[in-house]
Design a protein. Structure first.
Length: 225
């Protein structure tokens, strides 16, 4: 439960048990439903046990910008942790189950467990870094670099979570990938086909196999972590 929070370096077994007692609550979210909306009070952060979630922004005209994809073992809701209000919508890409860590419980426990405070700062820093990398990729990278960087990033994250780094299922649609990368659906589809023809990947519907991860890293041309 909440891998990134429950097992921080330096926590004693007693501290870990104390924190785990505070995250017993679980919520199930059906595919397409929202875990929370922008503007909702941020009373908790959530660790994904099963499934996946996308975060997105919507303007007054209904235009949507996908801002992230979260996988099992990762944390959702950090965007509102400091301000107390969620800044984005969190939508389940598939039937999903999350563990709930209430902010009040975190505050109570972290006053006795300094390592938990350090872990929260680290996770928040990672969230800021991810947002900065997205802005940079949209402003600097060519379309093929953006998709290569996306695939490399997915590979790295899945590997860290104990899954295969070269074979995985994309839970998000190509249209959602395009929204995240600032590309049209047509461009994303064309690039997937091009990568397949060039022997970089093998793809069948949403099943992807990375055939040449080194070449994809070189194409991305920057740190995709």
């Amino acid at each position: 439960m909440l891998n990134g929070l429950c097992l921080p370096v330096g926590m004693t077994a007693v501290d870990i048990h104390r924190f785990q007692e505070a995250v017993q609550e679980r919520i199930r979210v059906r595919k397409g439903e929202a875990l929370f909306h922008a503007g909702d009070a941020a009373s908790a952060i959530y660790g994904i046990r099963v499934g996946s979630i996308k975060t997105q922004l919507e303007d007054a005209g209904g235009q949507v910008q996908v801002t992230g994809f979260l996988l099992p073992g990762e944390i959702v809701g950090l965007d509102g942790f400091l301000e107390g209000t969620h800044l984005s919508h969190a939508i389940a890409l598939e039937d999903t189950e999350v563990c709930v860590a209430r902010v009040d419980d975190i505050d109570r426990i972290s006053s006795h467990v300094p390592t938990l405070q350090n872990q929260l700062r680290r996770l928040t820093s990672q969230e800021i870094k991810r947002s900065q990398q997205l802005v940079m990729s949209l402003g600097v990278l060519r379309s093929e670099q953006r998709l290569a960087a996306f695939l490399v990033n997915m590979s790295q994250r899945l590997s860290m979570l104990g899954y295969s780094s070269t074979e995985f299922v994309l839970r998000m649609s190509r249209e959602e990938i395009g929204s995240y990368l600032g590309l049209t659906l047509e461009t994303v589809s064309r690039l997937f086909s091009r990568f397949a023809k060039e022997g970089l990947i093998k793809i069948h519907q949403r099943e992807v196999k990375l055939l040449d991860l080194i070449a994809l890293r070189e194409l991305a041309g920057n740190d995709c972590g």
